[in-house]
Design a protein around this ligand. Structure first.
Ligand code: ZN
Length: 556
């Protein structure tokens, strides 16, 4: 029976590996205007599908049968699935039904701008967005606003509609072009770049047009609106492999914090480092731009604020928010900054991952709830993205034949455990040192947890005293050395996160009066200025530490 079915269906596209290559496009003013027009139609079409789909989703969820289906226990998987899929069928909530919906919506003038296949990919996109809401993975969907527009549109085949072609030339290397409607957009190809040459030697599956806002209309390759166009090619095959990095054979324990990382291999040197410390100036610049945007928004929209400067509640029919030219320019600059920050973070993560993998490819770490972290340390986690680091490490380790073991925190409790007496004692967050009455310590707590992780048995991740007796003899000195190196770097001026238990060397003496005032303002915002006033010591010596508790390292 299955065979018959398979023959009737279109030959399903086999899942072959795909990789992306992005090339900048050259668009003259006329072309840019026409592309903008097509994308605007795409935006309206996407919103229309999204809106119709949202109505379907709401109706489906309002059906009493939906609640009944949700009540079916998850253990009865087949039954649950059958009921849900029947509901989806009835309310037309499936990718296929959305394609039908798109067919009905793509009429008259829309059709001139939007080929059928492109309309279909937009409908799939709307479906995926709504399906995330349906599955509880997202709270709501976003409609694309006129101001921001649709930033990309893609085909799913290479023979009709928007497509990429390589045209041989009489001399020199072929010229690549994106064809769409009657436009022919030249792609800038650097044939000497091995990544580009490798990509273009592969078969193109489909093309995607991407529009990005440049930092200014005068930026290189931008049109008069400050937009830049790119083509992304989905290519069959695998991306160019860079020469292999060295891979070590050690077992490594990791302790990842929201802003620091402790790396303890079984044999080699241990490390305690701030996570992505280099991103701080970028983040600061972005925050400055954010504040500037806020000021510009206020200046242009006084009617939206009450006499105390608070934003008024918005009801239906409230006046629109106005965007000044200056505001738009700041927003573009901020977007560019954010893109740069993301790229910088990625490269920092990559560097750290390769340094870790160079030592060993069996890695043990505690499984962390990044969602919980997000709540507690939102800004730091958003900036340093430790979850992304772990994901990248997992992929890299897997590609070298190693494994990353994430052991459950609840059973291991490495941050509370002491291997000398086997007791688990909850340490408050500010306590940065492990020092136990049984004689273990003192040792920096992140390094100590990483050490405990390094010698865990991932198959049975319960720490036991016997495991650690021998390794501890060699490790204690290594852990101290790691902390001393970090302290040394802090003395040389590197900023270390509080969690590392290093008093901030750089913050002890303000470099200028201006800085001191800023620090004061910061303190008063947090309501700490009172406590500071009543201190008996000269305030300059304590500024860096008065706003939080740092336990100083006990003498060794
Ligand atoms: Zn103990």
């Amino acid at each position: 029976m299955g065979k018959k079915h398979a023959e009737e269906r279109k030959p399903s596209r086999a899942k072959t590996p795909t990789f992306l290559l992005e090339l900048p496009l050259v668009a003259d003013a006329g072309q840019a205007a026409r592309l903008g027009g097509h994308l605007e139609v795409g935006r309206q079409f996407y919103n229309a599908v999204l809106s119709a789909g949202q109505r379907r989703l709401r109706r489906m969820r309002a059906d009493p049968a939906w609640q009944a289906a949700r009540a079916i226990p998850r253990t009865q998987r087949q039954e649950r699935r059958a009921v849900f899929s029947a509901l989806r069928e009835r309310y037309g909530f499936s990718e296929y039904a959305f394609h039908e919906l798109a067919k009905g919506l793509r009429v008259s003038w829309l059709a001139e701008h939007l080929d059928a296949v492109l309309a279909q990919t937009l409908a799939s996109r709307a479906y995926r967005a709504l399906n995330r809401v349906c599955l509880g993975k997202a709270r709501r969907v976003r409609f694309k606003s006129r101001g921001r527009g649709l930033s990309s549109i893609e085909n799913k085949r290479k023979d009709t509609g928007m497509r990429f072609v390589l045209e041989p030339r009489a001399e020199g290397r072929p010229q690549g072009c994106l064809l769409w409607h009657d436009e022919k957009l030249r792609a800038l190809i650097d044939w000497d770049d091995p990544v580009v040459a490798h990509g273009l030697a592969h078969e193109v599956k489909y093309a995607r047009l991407v529009r990005r806002r440049a930092s200014s209309p005068r930026a290189q390759g931008a049109d008069s609106e400050g937009e830049r166009y790119f083509v992304q090619l989905a290519l069959a095959g695998t991306p160019l492999q860079k020469p292999k990095h060295a891979v070590g054979s050690q077992t490594i324990g990791l302790d990842l914090g929201p802003s620091s990382i402790a790396i303890v291999p079984r044999e080699a040197e241990a490390r305690l480092e701030p996570l992505c410390a280099e991103l701080r100036p970028d983040a600061r610049a972005i925050r400055r731009l954010q504040r500037k945007m806020e000021r510009q928004r206020r200046a242009a929209n006084p009617e939206h604020y009450d006499e105390k400067g608070r934003a008024k509640k918005r009801g239906k029919g409230a006046p629109r928010w106005k965007q000044s030219r200056g505001y738009q320019a700041t927003r573009r600059r901020k977007a560019t900054r954010e893109r740069r920050l993301a790229a910088h973070r990625k490269s920092l993560h990559g560097r750290l991952v390769h340094q870790i993998v160079a030592v060993g490819h069996t890695i043990v770490t505690e499984k962390i709830s990044y969602k919980g972290w997000q709540k507690r340390y939102g800004r730091s986690v958003g900036l340093r993205a430790p979850g992304m680091l772990i994901d990248q490490l997992k992929r890299t380790v897997a590609s070298t034949g190693g494994t990353l073991h994430e052991v459950p925190t609840r059973s291991t409790k490495l941050s509370q455990y002491c291997h000398g007496c086997g007791q688990t004692v909850n340490k408050p967050l500010w306590q940065r040192w492990h020092q136990c009455a049984c004689g273990i310590g003192s040792v920096q707590r992140d390094l100590y947890s990483a050490f405990l992780a390094a010698y865990l048995d991932p198959a049975d991740p319960i720490p036991s005293c016997a495991r650690y007796v021998v390794p501890w003899e060699g490790a204690e000195a290594r852990l101290r050395a790691a902390h001393e190196r970090a302290t040394q770097r802090a003395k040389e001026g590197q900023v270390m996160p509080r969690s590392m238990g290093i008093p901030r060397a750089g913050a002890r003496l303000p470099k200028s009066r201006g800085e001191a005032t800023q620090e004061l303002l910061f303190l008063s915002r947090r309501g700490k200025v009172e406590a500071w006033k009543h201190r008996s010591e000269p305030p300059e010596l304590e500024l860096g530490e008065s706003s939080g508790k740092v336990s100083t390292p006990p003498p060794f």
